[in-house]
Design a binder for this molecule. Structure first.
Ligand code: HMG
Ligand code: MG
Length: 285
């Protein structure tokens, strides 16, 4: 029996590769994105226009966007922390951008050298310009369960940041369990609070699999109405500014799981498994 559509938003080429120690050549990143494009994703995050001093691995993002074979119907996404990143993302031809806020002050400072309030000041002109140009902007909230610097994060803090991102024009809010501290109970408490301020159809779960609970957290999120999940092929990932952030939940595992439950993802599992092999080779596993 079909339970309806459920989308996987592929973040491996960005959230995955940003954390790899080995400098990965542009051609390898392009090959990975091209293989992922064949798997049937609607959205693939493959670039990040941040400071090269902060995240050296994302240097070459413009070349990646220039080198990929764009497939009709696929939106290629890029992170932008400030107006400069937004302009660069636009010039490189990103179809959509993402701004990234944190529910906790500690991670915000370590990750983007700004308080949560200052981050919103940087995002406001991005959202305004994007509205004029008709470029969709996605909003991330990091540390929705726990912060590696500040400890446990109250659901109300997450809701406040999600609400603000949504009110300023982000079309979808991705809720990041950045260090994989979530348990089904904590994820449920967080979602029940956030769902009161942002329609559940505009929420996505972005779960890292540090303690192997990401699939259980996805099940809980499904039961509360979430139908979009971020995942990284091959379980690539982590965050350079979040010690303990192991990989994102693996796309191939999420696709297998959702499909077995009866959801339609529209993805080709063989193509995903092939991309996962490429990802593991890139990482040197
Ligand atoms: P700063 O040092 O406070 O800013 O960094 P600044 O304005 O003083 O600039 C410092 C230098 O960066 C200057 O260069 C700027 O020109 C340059 P210099 O004069 O020293 O040579 N610069 C830039 N270069 C390229 N692109 C730009 C840009 N902006 C400034 N856009 C800044 C502030 C935000 C730039 C920095 O902190 C930064 O880049 N942080 C990004 C960190 C990051 O990418 N983290 C990973 C992504 S978040 C994540 O993974 C979590 C997520 O997956 C969800 C989850 O799991 O929870 C999304
Ligand atoms: Mg992440």
């Amino acid at each position: 029996m079909s339970l309806g559509p459920c989308e996987i938003f592929e973040v491996g080429p960005r959230d995955g590769l940003q954390n790899e120690a080995r400098p990965i050549p542009v051609e390898e990143k392009v090959a990975l994105v091209d293989r992922l494009s064949e798997a049937g994703f609607n959205r693939i995050e493959c670039a990040s226009f941040v400071s090269p001093k902060w995240v050296p691995q994302m240097v070459g993002s413009a070349e990646v966007l220039a080198g990929i074979k764009r497939r009709d119907g696929v939106r290629y996404a890029a992170l932008a922390p400030n107006m400069r990143g937004f302009e660069d993302a636009r010039a490189a031809g990103a179809d959509e951008v993402a701004v990234f806020a944190s529910a906790s002050e500690g991670f915000s400072r370590k990750n983007i050298n700004a308080s949560v309030e200052e981050a919103f000041e940087r995002f406001a002109p991005i959202l305004e310009e994007a509205r004029h140009l008709d470029i969709p902007v996605r909003g991330y909230v990091s540390c929705v369960i726990e912060c590696p610097y500040d400890g446990p994060v109250a659901p109300a803090q997450v809701a406040a940041v999600a609400d603000r991102l949504f009110a300023m024009g982000c079309y979808e809010i991705s809720l990041g369990d950045t260090i994989g501290a979530g348990t089904p109970d904590r994820i449920a408490r967080m979602l029940l609070t956030v769902r009161d301020v942002v329609p559940v159809g505009r929420l996505a779960g972005h779960y890292h699999d540090t303690h192997g609970r990401a699939l259980s957290n996805i099940d809980t999120s499904l039961s509360l109405g979430v139908r979009v999940f971020d995942a990284a092929v091959g379980g690539l990932g982590g965050c350079p500014y979040a010690p303990g952030a192991a990989g994102n939940v693996a796309t191939e595992a999420v696709n297998k799981h959702l499909t077995a439950l009866g959801y339609e993802t529209g993805l080709d599992q063989d193509a995903i498994l092939d991309a996962a092999r490429m990802a593991r080779d890139m990482r040197g596993d």
